[in-house]
Design a protein around this ligand. Structure first.
Ligand code: ZN
Length: 111
């Protein structure tokens, strides 16, 4: 096999892999409004087991790993929520802001 044939085979393998991964990653319906669709951005690297790190249009996709105490202990789920619902839930105080918690913790530990 010469170098060009090798490159061609490699390209086919990469396309096959991308095609397989694309079948495992699709759009999500927002868990809050159950209307808006959150879709992977075209340029985002497809990673079926790292979807929380991909780029999404209209919202975010996150991984929930259920711990001890939950009926779903040891299960993990991918979920999506649209930007409008994040904004609404943040405004009414249902969400907890990670950055604010981190800053408060830093402040408490410095005393
Ligand atoms: Zn929504």
């Amino acid at each position: 096999m010469n170098y060009e044939e090798y490159k061609s085979c490699l390209k086919n393998i990469e396309e096959y892999e991308l095609n397989m991964k694309s079948q495992l990653v699709g759009s999500y319906v927002c868990i809050s409004c159950q209307e808006k669709e959150i879709s992977p951005l075209k340029f985002s690297k497809i990673d079926p087991l790292g979807q929380e790190h991909m780029s999404w249009d209209n919202g975010v996709v996150f991984l929930v790993s259920c711990g001890y105490g939950s009926r779903y202990d040891l299960d993990s789920f991918y979920m999506g929520i649209c930007d409008n619902c994040i904004e609404k839930l943040d405004r009414i105080g249902i969400l907890k802001n990670y950055r604010e918690i981190a800053n408060s913790q830093k402040e408490l530990l410095s005393k």
